[in-house]
Structures are given as C-alpha cells and as structure tokens.
Design a protein around this ligand. Sequence first.
Ligand code: CA
Length: 225
Amino acid sequence: MRVLVVEDEKKLAASIRRGLEADGFAVDVALTGDDGLWMAREHDYDAVVLDIMLPGMNGYKVCETLREEGNWTPILILTAKDGDLDEAEALDTGADDFLRKPFSHVVLVARLRALLRRGAKERPVELRVDDLVVDPNQRRCWRGDTEIELTAREFSVLEYLTRNAGSVVSKQEILDHVWDYDFEGDPNIVEVYVRHLRRKIDEPFDRSSIQTARGAGYRLTLERT
Ligand code: CA
C-alpha cells in the first residue's frame, strides 16, 4: 500500500513516515500543497494523508482540486484546528476522513486501514443539468442521447460550469480551476472555450444554457432555455 503524506512540519512528516513504514506502508512525503497535488496526480496512491495548513496551496484546495479532476484516492485530512465547521469543510471538499492533531500513531494507522478497506469510493459520477449529462470519471458528455465530443480543456471548463450550475462563475474562477495555477496568460482565453462549448452543447440543440453575466462571468442555467 502506497501512501502520500502531505505535511509541511518536517519533524511530524518524518515521524509519520517512519511509523507508517514500520507498519509496512510505502510512503512518499510532500512538504507543500503544490508538491502534494503534483505527486497525487503523477502517482497512483492508495491513500493520501493531507495536512490543512500548508504553504502555498492549502489542504482543502488540494483535496478539492483532486476531486474536481476525478481523482477519488481516499484522503485523510489532518488539522490542528478544532470544531465541527472544519470537519464539515474538510468533508465538503471531498475528503473521506478527518483527524485532529495531535493524534496517536495507532489511531492514524487504524483510520488509514479503514479507508483502504473501503477503497476509492464510488461517488456521484454523473452531473446532470436538464438533459445535459457530464461524467467526470469517464470525461464524457451527452445532450440527451447524443454524445458530444469535447477536448480535454473544453471538458474541464464544462465540468466546472456544471458543478456550479445555477451560479455565476467568473472567468478568473474558471481559470483558477481549469488552468495550471501558474498560468499567466490572458484570462480572455476562457471566452474562447465558452464559445467552443456553446457551439457544441447548445447551438446544435437550439439551446442557450451557457449564459453570459455581463462583467461578471458565466452561468450554466438549470432551466431549459
Ligand atoms: Ca501544517
């Protein structure tokens, strides 16, 4: 079983690694959220132990990003913070479990084993807005019975709009979620992708589901228009 530990406190990271290795896990450590995200994308881990407070991208964001990308590796969130709100937030981002610092090694291993037994959880795979169906796992999309061919980037933009259906999302939000975090190009590139999407998911079906909110962004409407 291979586990990724994302924890910026080096001593704690080292002690988690030693403990897990003693229990027979193979362990990789990332010291920042950005590295953790990169490693989780590159390798197929059986579980991720993810600290919340990290330099750069925080743990919530790492977890949310992986889930948005259709990565369902079990994630155990570590946090020093207290209170139900944090737990709710953690689970809201798609984490599977939650452990407060300080924790005992025995508890960590027990929780990890429980997650591993469950495996990558089946989640609501298809997103539906009216007769538009978006499947983030297979990265396929349909309008009614008609499958629509999308490029990887078009799909990601549509998935983000679909996950936020009914709400206005700004170009910047779309950029932040769909493009690499170090993208420094023109935010108007989003317009180009929205135009492509309209040509594919709306115009052939005589719809206008992707609406422009002037000066604010875009909204995928929930109603048939
Ligand atoms: Ca930390």
